[in-house]
Structure formats: structure tokens, C-alpha cells
Write a new protein. Structure first.
Length: 164
């Protein structure tokens, strides 16, 4: 082999090495995106299940056994939490989920931390908590995991009304 052939062979090896590195980089990036998407879907599923669970409870402690027509009978905004002696999963009303935290472990995936916040809202500005009682409560459920790039946050509004 002469010098020209040796340089062509060296150039071919360098090009092949660069191509191989690029393919490996693309594969790793794709797999990372797939894992993050899978974790995101699981986190959304966990958050949605907490919201559905909360929406199946009574609107307020006083509305468990009777219809309430007086706002002053509803729980004060500063008292939105599980009542004394109530523990998950035996919550009986929507606002018991305020400041609720739990950890879900999915064996084939990861550990997910769930945090909930419940507050009264004004329907004209549903993203702003209000400091007065009302017929509308909102729950924000956040799910985080070490393997996810972002926190998943899902919200739902629960309104109290009576069909005539």
C-alpha cells in the first residue's frame, strides 16, 4: 500500500467512526425521549386517577348528608383539609385532598410523588385562589419523578349545584 491508499483508508475509517458515533447518539436520544414519554403517560394516569377519586367525594363536609344552600355553612378556605381522624383512602369530601401527598411506586417504572392542592375559586378567574367560600373548588395535582424532565400538573374544578 502506498501513502495515497493509506490516507484514503484512514479517511474511510474516520468517516465510518463519525457515522457510528452519530447513529449511537441518535439512538440514545430517541430512547431517552421514549422513556420520558412513558413516564409522562404514567404520571398523567396517576394524576387523573387522584382527580377522579376526589370528584367522587362530597363537595364539602356539610354536604355529605344534606343539601347546602348557605355559603356560610361551607368549610372556611383556611380549613380545607382532611378532618381530624380522617386518613387516606377514607376521605369523604373533596377538600380532604388539600395538602395530600403520597408516593406511588410502579415496579417496572419509577417512584412518583403526588401532591394535591385544593382551594375555592371564582369561575371568572379559575386559576386564582380566593379567600372566600364559594360553590366552586379547584384541585391541582402535581406528579414528579426523578426520571421525568418536567412535573405533570393537572387541575379540575368541582362545582356544587342542585338539579331542580
Amino acid at each position: 500500500m502506498n501513502t495515497g491508499q493509506m490516507l484514503l483508508a484512514l479517511g474511510a475509517v474516520i468517516l465510518l467512526s463519525m457515522l457510528s458515533l452519530r447513529i449511537n447518539n441518535t439512538t440514545i436520544s430517541t430512547q431517552s425521549t421514549i422513556v420520558n414519554s412513558k413516564m409522562g403517560l404514567m404520571a398523567v394516569s396517576i394524576a387523573q386517577s387522584v382527580i377522579e377519586e376526589a370528584n367522587n367525594k362530597a363537595f364539602d363536609e356539610v354536604s355529605i348528608s344534606a343539601f347546602v344552600s348557605d355559603l356560610n355553612k361551607l368549610t372556611l378556605p383556611t380549613q380545607l383539609k382532611a378532618e381530624s381522624g380522617e386518613k387516606y383512602p377514607d376521605f369523604d369530601d373533596f377538600d380532604d385532598y388539600n395538602n395530600f401527598n403520597r408516593t406511588d411506586t410502579i415496579p417496572t417504572a419509577d417512584i412518583f410523588k403526588v401532591k394535591c392542592k385544593v382551594y375555592y375559586i371564582d369561575p371568572s378567574a379559575p386559576n386564582v385562589p380566593v379567600s372566600t367560600r364559594g360553590w366552586h373548588k379547584k384541585i391541582d395535582v402535581s406528579v414528579i419523578s426523578k426520571t421525568m424532565r418536567d412535573t405533570i400538573k393537572i387541575s379540575s374544578v368541582f362545582s356544587y349545584w342542585k338539579e331542580l
